[in-house]
Ligand binder design. Structure first.
Ligand code: SAH
Ligand code: SF4
Length: 369
């Protein structure tokens, strides 16, 4: 029986070095290959011209370079671009590139769907299929670089650059911990994408034990999806709050910052008309975050088919931001980008063969718990 070839996009550098050792090759060869894969976007060992022919032949038999398959790309009038990538039969995830001045942010997915069922989120309403592999997470950056015209002979040149990565696409990154952290390490590695720790942001709905692990393993910038100033409301909007309520979450934010000095937590707050957007909510929020060094990102709700929520009117969002500002908290309002191609926050749908919800539907029909 022959073992399935190893996909080299699944490795961070220490992993690749270790695998090269198992095939009797030196660490510097692993570093060379890492650069071919990620600086130059190589998808064929034949391109790796500074490797000996014998090594290339060996890699051909033992390994492969298998990014997810690109299915479709869409361009928004405002320059935002969205790609759908196939990740196994019937499943697609989405990746979004958002250019803004000198900056280019890539928003990537970490799971096919999401199991957490936040009531205002399109991904959450679709159910959950599986975790993405490291190759599928890193593969989104790998594809985007190609699509944006990164010059294969000069890793510093591209038509558009990706200066920031946010894990704010489909899925909860901290519930796919190992594959996500390995992918983060590839993003930060100088032999791969060389992004700075502060330009890579993990967004979480508040998986407290994994936040603690991340502070030790790879303390990148952290965004926490807050969305409500008290447990009663947050239990409804972000059901994982029942497991990790606000007091516990705020303490975890403080612990995280102890390992990421001079940083701040970005609190994301989706503005839902008449639900969480009053001055009273703002006041409660100010008291809640008093001991956490933070900024707020107010996100006007992006509707999707079947949702009962509506977006807070712009003057309400401005008033809410003013209340926070009066208390000395920086609050920016996220511009809605790419909504003509359904690429805005919370609208990423992809295609999810739901494995979680189907069981529930079946149970409801049969009347069994
Ligand atoms: N699961 C992670 C990361 C993906 S969601 C998390 O929840 O943080 C990225 C951000 O988009 C989160 O802040 C999420 O709450 C927000 N979001 C989800 N649905 C939205 C919608 N319909 N409109 C605006 N923002 C939304
Ligand atoms: Fe999952 Fe984040 Fe959507 Fe909640 S907001 S359902 S955690 S993707």
């Amino acid at each position: 029986m022959t073992a399935a070839p190893v996909n080299l996009l699944d490795f961070d550098l220490p992993g690749l070095v270790a695998w090269f050792e198992t095939i009797g090759e030196k660490p510097f060869r692993a570093r060379q290959v890492m650069r071919w894969l990620h600086h130059f976007g190589a998808d064929d060992f034949a391109q790796m011209t500074d490797l000996a022919k014998t090594l290339r032949a060996k890699l051909e038999t033992l390994a492969c370079i298998a990014p997810p398959v690109l299915m479709a790309g869409q361009n928004s009038d405002d320059g935002t671009r969205k790609w759908a990538l196939q990740v196994g039969p019937g499943n697609q995830v989405e990746t979004v590139y958002i250019p803004e001045g000198e900056r280019g942010t890539l928003c990537i997915s970490t799971q096919v769907g999401c199991a957490l069922e936040c009531s205002f989120c399109s991904t959450g309403q679709q159910g959950f299929n599986r975790n993405l592999t490291t190759a599928e997470i890193v593969g989104q950056l790998w594809w985007a670089n190609k699509a944006l015209g990164r010059d294969p002979r000069d890793a510093t040149k591209a038509d558009r650059v990706i200066s920031n990565v946010v894990l704010m696409g489909m899925g909860e990154p901290l519930l796919n911990y190992d594959a996500t952290v390995r992918a983060l390490k590839v993003m930060l590695d100088d032999h791969a994408y060389g992004l700075s720790r502060r330009r890579v942001t993990v967004s979480t709905s508040g998986i407290v034990p994994a936040m603690d692990r991340l502070s030790q393993d790879c303390p990148v910038a952290l965004a926490v999806s807050l969305h409500a100033p008290n447990d009663r409301l947050r239990d409804q909007l972000v059901p994982i709050n029942k497991k990790y309520p606000l007091k516990v979450l705020m303490a975890a934010c403080q612990r995280y910052l102890a390992f990421a000095p001079r940083d701040f937590i970005t609190f994301e707050y989706v503005m839902l008309d008449g639900i969480n957007d009053s001055d009273a909510h703002a006041r409660e929020l100010i008291a809640l975050v008093a001991d956490v060094s933070c900024k707020f990102n107010l996100i006007p709700f992006n509707p999707f088919p079947g949702t009962a929520y509506t977006r807070s009117p712009a003057p309400r969002v401005r008033a809410f931001a003013s209340r926070l500002a009066e208390a000395g908290i920086v609050a920016t309002t996220r511009k809605t980008r790419g909504d003509d191609i359904d690429a805005a926050c919370g609208q990423l749908a992809g295609q999810v063969v739901d494995k979680s919800r189907r069981v529930v539907v079946h149970d409801q029909r049969t009347g069994r718990a």
